[in-house]
Ligand binder design. Structure first.
Ligand code: 1HE
Length: 272
């Protein structure tokens, strides 16, 4: 008789999502797809709240997330058809809702990889900016057309985008309505790498799988501590870094991994 596996069965993963989103898991990786191609994955309230529901339903054994878009575009940004009805207070609360959800991406439990293709525009770029790694397909192009629509960033873009590409570049995109293609986006820092059209999801999965092999506590420190330490006064930052370093290196995981390396079982750092 076959021995019963001691490994716990992977928990089912079926968050309650609107039709405009779909989620699945592949091993340790959860994949969220923006599935509203008929509206170019324009982000309406249901989708933003659906992203939150997806994140909150992530099983504990998921180690990384990949977000990508169905159809020809990653996302056309905020669903402009929902914008007209809000008064000033409602508009503030709407923006704060986006902040709450995108904060859960940036400061959640696991690293998130965005796979960008076609239009990565307005709120779509804000969504990608909240992710930790960004893969661009050749077709990707970036724009912040808020100025031409008479609105402003509202999904955290004025905080996150200047940290990626600088205030001056964000200002250029917003004032002129210029688009950056994949190459410019890569040079300025919007993407970490460019791949051929159609290869983004595979590359995103490959990165997520690599990320998933890191020690969970190290990943947690990288996504939570690093951006905060980087913003702090250097003296406080160095002190915070030493505390984080101490917590991480005293974990059982670190001890095992360090022993593995010293006893020639760990992987070497090699250049691919
Ligand atoms: C939309 C949206 C949208 C498309 N809200 N419905 N974002 C923008 O200003 C970008 C606006 N969209 C576009 O410039 C183009 O749609 C695309 C370049 C992205 C794609 O072009 P294309 O030719 O493939 O598609 P399309 O024919 O323009 O659009 C197809 C449908 O999607 C059409 O609806 P239909 O019912 O007539 O078929 C469009 O109206 C619809 N659609 N984009 C609503 N964004 C938190 S603050 C963030 C602020 C922002 O994000 S501002 C940027 C808004």
């Amino acid at each position: 008789m076959a021995k019963a596996s001691k490994k716990p069965a992977k928990r089912a993963f079926a968050p309650k999502l609107p039709d405009s989103l779909s989620a699945k898991r592949n091993g340790d990786i959860a994949i969220l797809r923006l599935s509203r191609p008929q509206k170019r994955n324009a982000l309406n309230n249901g989708m933003i709240l659906g992203i939150e529901a997806f994140l909150q339903a992530l099983p504990k054994d998921i180690k990384a997330v990949v977000i990508h878009g169905q159809g020809k575009h990653f996302s056309a940004g905020l669903d402009l058809s929902e914008l007209t009805e809000r008064n000033t207070t409602e508009a503030v609360m709407h923006s704060r809702m986006w902040h709450r959800v995108f904060d859960q991406i940036q400061f959640g439990r696991v690293p998130v990889v965005a796979v960008m293709h076609g239009a990565v525009v307005g709120g779509g770029l804000e969504l990608a900016a909240a992710c930790h790694l960004r893969v661009a397909e050749r077709s990707a192009y970036y724009a912040l057309p808020e100025g031409s629509r008479g609105i402003f960033l509202g999904g955290g873009g004025s905080v996150r985008l200047p940290r990626l590409i600088g205030v001056s570049r964000v200002m250029e995109l917003m004032l002129t309505g210029r688009t950056y293609g994949a190459d410019e986006g890569q040079i300025y820092g919007l993407s970490h790498m460019i791949v051929k059209d159609g290869e983004g999801l595979a590359k995103g999965m490959e990165l997520a799988e690599r990320v998933a092999q890191n020690a969970p506590l190290s990943n947690f420190a990288i996504i939570h501590a690093l951006p905060r330490i980087a913003e702090t006064h250097p003296a406080s930052g160095l002190f915070a870094e030493s505390l984080m370093a101490s917590v991480a290196s005293n974990s059982e995981d670190a001890k095992t991994r360090l022993r593995d390396f010293l006893e020639k079982r760990g992987k070497k750092v090699t250049r691919e």
